[in-house]
Design a protein around this ligand. Structure first.
Ligand code: IVH
Length: 703
């Protein structure tokens, strides 16, 4: 900071509407304003302790904008004025981490913690106590911030630990990330930390979204991840993202000369203006560690953000270096997991949801309650045996538990709080959706509606599955539209999807009646339906939504029958159905379900009709006919999206021959970063040269 009191900046900014008379003066004033604004940003956003009013802040900023317009040459690369109006980007750039971003091994008990300490001592061949730092493990997503010569230059997500995505544009919307470091700082430093959304901010944000009819986020972690993985930074700018810095990544050599420990590093992070983890401690025995653990366990509900454990790290960097890594986790750190979060609430009702295959699933409708920052109003009760075992009843006070992203479960019933007239829950023996019998076959836990496709719930779920991403992948036909169209009688079965356009043209239905739809949306929908008409046999089989026939099994069946015609001919009424139970991964149970499906004549009829509307291509082994088939491909330089072995495997999968040396027999040379020599040779030999993107696009072309 300059010596001039900040107040004077304000005065100057407020009253001085003239431009400076000399360039030196302009540069000087701009420098002071830039520093002042960064300073106030920090006070406001990081310390919640502003020194000046919003109006004063705006005045300073307006003055700086004015000067930057007049003297663009002095505009600071990290100017605080850049915090308004963000430009979307076209695609995320892949960035290879200079130092891999590892994950952490887990400890679940005191014994695990002891084992961890013992391992370290054994490895270092010492009996002396090792000093560790202890800090909360934040439940967000990790990012790496790169600084060169004290200036922020780039932010990257963890990705797969080796390659991440450039999210600089989004990180720049976060006002509390230091744009520059105060000296001393190492020439180059990568600061790692966790981006997250604080619990209270999350609840506020969801409340607002709910009120304005937007979809609410499941939990703070998803909301943070969703915000950072946006091409348009204006979205991130509206989200209350924060970041806690906790680790060092790639650094220039000067770093370790002055900073020897994790705890010293934390002090430096704080001095540079990063938000740091708290509460922290240094520990050196299992006893210390367990005390810290108990402490955190009791203060956890008061922490401003969600945590899912504690991280212990060996304090000394030179010891960390000696300890190194085991596969993808450091030997010098461990995550001590905290138990999943619990809450107490009341079951208002027990609802029955009917799935695609008719299974009746009981779901508790709860008095909404916050569990670790998420508002929960439903809990799965699994099935009637589970309800009986725990004796769960309507009106009961229960303890629910949420672990990670899974749907909350009822952990325990507070029977002592139960009212006298409470009655045990009884599963209905008719389907709540269609009134058909719901039966529970011997030996099965599930009760099923026998209505089949006359049951609206099953029909709708079937349709949703038919158009879903892994099935026909009809863009623009989401769950809501399926339900609406079904209720309007426009789409009752899969075939109706393909006759929509004809019926619209004939004036039998009018899609424009649909809320908010115009000519364009109708046209787009027809286009996606048209695109979805050509599918591979295995996709078609999967899309049918037959019980137990997932993607893998569908592929096995496709491989067995090769064409839809053969399949239809094989399963004609009165034919002797083949035994598929010997096929690897199928077995008698799945075969039985598959046969039952075909035994219903309406299914066969529907498939025959679908076959006339759609073009279902025969099963082919992926290698037949690829553009790479029989071609020799050489890779050179560093690839950013594929490892070398993945790249080779890809060539093989596509029927080509990978090779490492270039000759006149080479068909393609794929050049990554820094592959100069071979490129020259390829050009001399007239071998086709592709860059990595071209290769990916080329190799992915449909066969
Ligand atoms: S230190 C080598 N400290 O946990 C790992 N990680 O499960 C160095 N995490 O990917 C990381 N809070 O994203 C560290 N206080 C903390 C953390 C933390 C959360 C995350 C981090 C890592 C994951 C591993």
């Amino acid at each position: 900071m300059s010596d001039t009191p900040l107040f004077e900046h304000f005065n100057a900014a407020n009253h001085n509407t003239d431009l400076p008379t000399s360039k030196d003066q302009a540069a000087d004033e701009m420098q002071r304003l830039t520093e002042a604004l960064h300073h106030h940003n920090k006070l406001y956003h990081q310390q919640d302790d502003p020194e000046i009013s919003d109006a004063e802040y705006d005045a300073l900023k307006r003055r700086l904008i004015k000067l930057e317009e007049a003297f663009p040459e002095f505009k600071h690369p990290n100017s605080p004025t850049a915090l308004v109006g963000y430009q979307p980007i076209d695609a995320f750039e892949k960035v290879k981490h200079k130092r891999r971003m590892l994950s952490l091994a887990n400890a679940f008990s005191e014994d695990d913690v002891k084992d961890f300490l013992d391992r370290i001592q054994r490895f270092l061949k010492t009996d002396e106590a090792i000093e560790l730092t202890a800090e909360p493990k934040i439940d967000g997503l990790s990012c790496a911030l790169h600084y060169k010569n004290g200036q922020f230059v780039q932010a990257v997500t963890r990705g797969d630990g080796t390659v991440g995505e450039d999210i600089t544009h989004n990180i720049l919307t976060m006002k509390d990330i230091p744009r520059s470091l105060t000296a001393p700082f190492p020439e180059e430093i990568e600061i790692r930390g966790e981006a997250y959304i604080a619990t209270e901010d999350f609840l506020d944000m969801n409340k607002e979204r709910e009120e304005s009819g937007k979809k609410i986020f499941a939990n703070p972690r998803n909301a943070a991840a969703g915000s950072l993985r946006q091409l348009d930074p204006n979205i991130a700018a509206q989200r209350p993202l924060k970041m806690i810095a906790y680790a060092v990544g790639h650094v220039s050599d000067d770093f370790y000369q002055t900073i020897k420990t994790q705890s010293h590093f934390r002090e430096e992070l704080e001095r540079w203006g990063f938000r740091v983890n708290a509460p922290v401690a240094t520990v050196s025995s299992v006893k210390d560690m367990m005390e810290y653990y108990e402490d955190i366990l009791s203060t956890r509900p008061d922490l401003p953000h969600e945590i899912d454990g504690i991280v212990y790290k060996v304090n000394q960097f030179d010891l960390q270096e000696r300890l190194g890594n085991v596969s993808n986790a450091p030997r010098w750190a461990i995550a001590h997991k905290l138990p999943a979060e619990k809450a107490v609430t009341v079951i208002k009702d027990i609802l029955i949801s009917v799935g695609r295959t008719g299974v009746l699933t009981p779901v508790a409708d709860l008095e909404p309650v916050g569990v670790g920052g998420v508002i929960v109003s439903r809990a799965t009760l699994h099935n009637e045996d589970e309800i009986q075992r725990k004796d769960i009843r309507v009106g009961d006070t229960v303890i629910i538990q949420r672990a990670g992203d899974v749907i909350p479960q009822v952990l325990e019933v507070k029977t002592e709080l139960r009212s006298q007239n409470s009655v045990p829950f009884k599963m209905p023996d008719t389907c709540p959706e269609c009134g058909s019998h719901a039966i529970r076959p011997e030996g099965e836990v599930a009760r099923r509606c026998t209505g089949g496709l006359i049951c609206p719930a099953q029909a709708i779920e079937h349709l949703k599955h038919f158009v879903s991403r892994k099935a026909l992948n009809i863009d623009g036909m989401g769950d809501r539209i399926i339900t609406d169209f079904y209720n309007k009688g426009w789409i009752k079965n899969p075939l109706d999807i393909f006759t929509l356009e004809k019926r619209q043209e004939a004036g039998e239905i009018n899609l424009l009646e649909q809320n908010g739809w115009g000519e364009k949306s109708v046209e787009n929908l027809f286009k996606s339906i048209d695109d979805a008409k050509s599918v591979r046999l295995e996709t078609f089989i999967y899309a049918l939504g037959i019980r137990q026939i997932g993607e893998v099994t569908a592929k096995k069946i496709a491989q067995e029958f090769t064409s839809l015609d053969t399949l239809i001919l094989t399963y004609q009424p009165n034919a002797a159905f083949p035994d598929l139970s010997n096929i690897d991964s199928i077995g008698p149970e799945i075969d039985k379900d598959f046969q039952e499906f075909w035994a219903k004549e309406h299914n066969l009829e529907m498939i025959q009709e679908l076959a006339t509307e759609m073009s279902v291509s025969d099963y082919v082994l992926e290698v037949i006919d690829s553009p790479i088939k029989g071609k020799t491909v050489v890779f050179t330089g560093t690839l950013t999206t594929l490892s070398r072995s993945e790249a080779k495997e890809m060539v093989e999968r596509l029927g080509g021959k990978p090779s490492s040396s270039i000759s006149s027999k080479t068909d393609y040379l794929v050049v990554g970063e820094g592959g100069g020599k071979k490129r020259q040779k390829a050009e001399e030999l007239g071998v086709k040269v592709l860059n990595e993107d071209e290769w990916m696009g080329f190799a992915k072309k449909p066969v």
